[in-house]
Ligand binder design. Sequence first.
Ligand code: PEP
Length: 256
Amino acid sequence: MSQQKRRRVIAGNWKMFKNQADTRAFFSAFNPLVASVQDCDIVIAPTFTSLSAAVEAAKGTHIAISAQDVYWEKEGAFTGEISTAMLVEAGCRYTLIGHSERRQFFGETNETVFKKTKAALAAGLIPIVCIGEMLAYREAGRTENICQTQFHGSVGALTPEEFSRILIAYEPVWAIGTGRTATPEIASAVHKFVRHCAAEMFDAGHAAALRILYGGSVKPDNIQGLMAQVELDGVLVGGASLDPNSFAKIVKDWTR
Ligand code: PEP
């Protein structure tokens, strides 16, 4: 099931960093470094106010732009929120949904992740749906249980056709921004388990086609070990995606 050839994805999450000028400077350094890369999808998720600068700066390249979050309603009295149509209009092709920082600090639940995922799909966006356990759950031996619950609640009720258009990012919370990466073996084992959940909930074909990214302190010096795992279809990179040289190195090392 895991042997199917899946196109790899290298995604960068800039979180609340980089204004428009920083964004333009990043792309002018980054674009030439990855110009020859054809065999993977490169995605960058700037903050909302830098989206249009990123879309403009990525024009004519293979780099796609992602939002970091979205709201499920089309419009209305929802102060501070942004709709799928607004993201599409701004030139986004992807959106992150359910990042652990949204779950931890902004009350995101599996139910809201599901609604956002449905809405993003309806607008033609590609959702990168994030799941992952906190340290206490890993230490209590509950990683699979947490990932299964998040997977079921966040994407389990999609139609098979909708499911075929999403990406999952497995991001153990204890590895995000901590410098503590999951070993390639740990990441691979959870990816395998998530694929098993997909097979149970949809079918073997959908599970085999599902692209699962790993995220959590991915850096140029640990990408080689991660890329050796056939279960990993790409990475979601936070801190190391802010620097054009280190992000380009991750893209190029993975695609080698
Ligand atoms: C992230 O923000 O999704 C992430 C994985 O961050 P970092 O690479 O900095 O751990």
